[in-house]
Ligand binder design. Structure first.
Ligand code: GLN
Length: 273
């Protein structure tokens, strides 16, 4: 099979760009190679791998899980089905956290539910004066995140912990989180490859709940782990801004705010202790 024949075999079954990226990955060829030399033969095992990936992609499996990596904020992170695939809207959380940590001297930062580590690692690399701690309940996620930190040269202390449970006595200046916030039973969970992602990273699984169980717990427990004047910032769903600000105010946070993402949708809320 040639490169051109491989692309033809994927046509109509999966997105053209996805087909091209999968073929580039199995063959080591560039986009220019595919265009200029479609008659180049694809080695047997590479052709088999490509056709197997096309089948899996056609079955809805996200591209990032097939190739094992995803780009976020200009960096390549390894991902596996143990972690959520990075979403572009999470950049807002990082932008806001970078802005705040730049006003602090040698701040201690905590990332709750780090997953692949994108938030903690981006902050460690972009705020060199900050000390980063990142926790996740899933040991498999911790190992993906640790690997990403090593590959990208970020200094982050990873801890297996159910939110704050393993952090007794520790204090931070800024706590950030992209927690699970999709309501249990939300039809969105059945779409766009979400069934292939770890459900514990997407939803709190509270039957009949509104997706706020983890946010409620994080906001409620955060004050005990924040220094005076410390900030809490977290990502949430399009309709959770007001509830998030109310939770923050009821817990004693000042200046509760909500920030939209690039699509103009309420996405990150926060407050100062
Ligand atoms: N924004 C993600 C989605 O809608 C959910 C991420 C999360 O739950 N933290 O797919």
């Amino acid at each position: 099979m040639t490169l051109g024949e491989a692309l033809a075999a994927a046509r109509g079954r999966i997105d053209r760009l996805d087909a091209r990226l999968l073929l580039q990955t199995v063959s080591g060829c560039t986009h220019a190679d595919l265009l200029a030399r479609p008659e180049t033969p694809l080695l047997g095992p590479a052709a088999e791998q490509f056709l197997a990936w096309v089948d899996r992609r056609a079955g809805g499996e996200p591209l990032a899980y097939l190739v094992g990596e995803a780009e976020f904020r200009g960096r390549v992170f390894q991902v596996s089905p143990d972690v959520l695939i990075p979403r572009p809207e999470t950049e807002i959380l990082i932008d806001l956290a970078v802005d705040r940590s730049k006003t602090l001297k040698n701040p201690r930062l905590l990332d709750l539910g780090t997953g692949s580590g994108i938030v903690a690692i981006s902050l460690a690399l972009e705020c060199p004066a900050a000390e980063l701690v990142a926790v996740d309940l899933s040991p498999a996620a911790i190992s993906v995140a640790r690997n990403n930190a090593g590959r990208l040269g970020a200094r982050v202390g990873f801890v297996e912990s159910d939110w704050f449970s393993a952090l007794a006595g520790q204090k931070f200046d800024l706590i950030v989180s992209n927690p699970p916030y999709v309501a249990d039973g939300d039809p969105h969970l059945a779409l766009n490859g979400l069934p292939f992602e770890p459900q514990m990273a997407l939803t709190d699984g509270e039957p009949g709940g509104n997706g706020l169980a983890c946010i409620r717990r994080i906001v409620g427990e955060a004050p005990a782990y924040l220094n005076a004047g410390g900030w809490l910032l977290f990502e949430h769903g399009y309709d959770q801004g007001e509830a998030s600000r109310n939770l923050l105010r009821a817990t004693g946070f000042q200046s509760a705010f909500t920030h939209p993402d690039l699509a103009g949708i309420d996405r990150v809320s926060g407050g100062q202790l």
